[in-house]
Design a protein around this ligand. Structure first.
Ligand code: KDG
Length: 307
């Protein structure tokens, strides 16, 4: 582990090296993995964000370290593990949007155990973010995610959770059980409506939000795909309309929303301001191929919001 010990937003999960199909049929190499995407989005917008991750000691793992360094993502919680490998995935684009093919079973991230956690780093963070994917890839990763979450919570951090359901990784029954536990322990819920409908059978945004409040969440920012977002606290609920942009690839749009939302929360924004900003950042992130390449910086987001 590196020496520096601080990140206001700390994201736990699996980084996946990405190969994203272009219009010419070639695959563009890049960096993905939902919570890494969230950390990169936040850091690109100027926030103090860090990653809690294990990658293999291979070229993909090294490439992640170089990438995070370039993006100013704090690396104190990143481990390059000897003898293990980094997961990869391919993105192809069909009539119903992007499709993922994974090569990740047994990756370094699947082999997390709670005893490997950097507890001091976790205790220093203001916001701890994790997702359904980190709960889905292995029992060890799920156990470690919950242990990290508990440590952060006991030290006074806000907990943020994005269910991010991937049916290839987990049965709906197990997902419901694990995600409910994630949601019962989070302050900020960042779900997407498609996942909520698939898992909990709720397609109406208001019913979905009421359900998250019943589990104990304080703030819910629900993304609605290309229909914008809804953000709610117990006392306030607002619908945010979509931006019209020429989208080519929505991979990582939800993660960009998460990173932008948390970046704004960390700097003291109220939930509505944060969601308006995040909704614009997410729209901009769909204009190019790849989970992270097209993520905007702060000036891009402000420019879109001014128009
Ligand atoms: O949200 C985009 C992510 O899903 C993508 O980068 C890959 O983390 C990933 C996953 O497990 O699907």
């Amino acid at each position: 582990m590196a020496k520096k010990m601080s990140a206001e937003i700390l994201c736990f999960g699996e980084p996946l090296f990405e190969f994203n199909e272009q219009e010419d049929g070639m695959f563009l190499p890049s960096h993905g993995g939902d919570t890494s995407n969230c950390a990169v989005a936040a850091a690109r917008l100027g926030a103090s964000a860090g990653i809690l991750a294990r990658v293999g000691n291979d070229r993909f793992g090294e490439s992640f370290l170089e990438f995070w360094r370039r993006e100013r993502v704090d690396l104190s919680g990143a481990a390059l593990v000897e003898g293990e490998f980094t997961g990869i995935y391919f993105v192809s684009h069909g009539p119903s949007g992007h499709e993922f093919t994974y090569y990740r079973a047994g990756s370094a991230s699947c082999n997390w155990t709670p005893s490997a956690l950097p507890f001091a780093l976790i205790r220093n963070t203001k916001i701890f973010h994790f997702s359904g994917i980190g709960l889905a890839i292995s029992d060890g990763s799920a156990e470690t995610a919950f242990a990290a979450m508990r440590t952060a919570r006991e030290a006074g951090a806000k907990i943020s959770f994005d269910p991010n359901y991937r049916p290839q990784l987990l049965s709906p029954e197990r997902a419901k059980e694990l995600f409910r536990r994630g949601l019962q322990n989070c302050d900020i819920a960042l779900p997407g409506i498609a996942d909520v409908e698939l898992l909990f059978g709720l397609s109406d945004p208001d019913e979905a939000i009421d359900y998250f409040f019943s589990l104990g969440c304080e703030i819910v920012a629900l993304t609605l795909g290309n229909e914008g977002a809804v953000v709610a606290t117990q006392s306030d609920r607002n619908r945010i309309p979509p931006h019209s942009v020429s989208a080519v690839d929505a991979t990582g749009a939800g993660d960009t929303f998460d990173g932008a939302f948390l970046a704004e929360i960390a700097s003291g924004g109220n939930p509505l301001q944060c969601a308006v900003f995040a909704n614009a950042a997410a729209a901009l992130s769909t204009r190019g191929f790849g989970a992270t390449n097209p993520m905007p910086n702060r000036r891009d987001v402000l420019r879109l919001l001014e128009n």
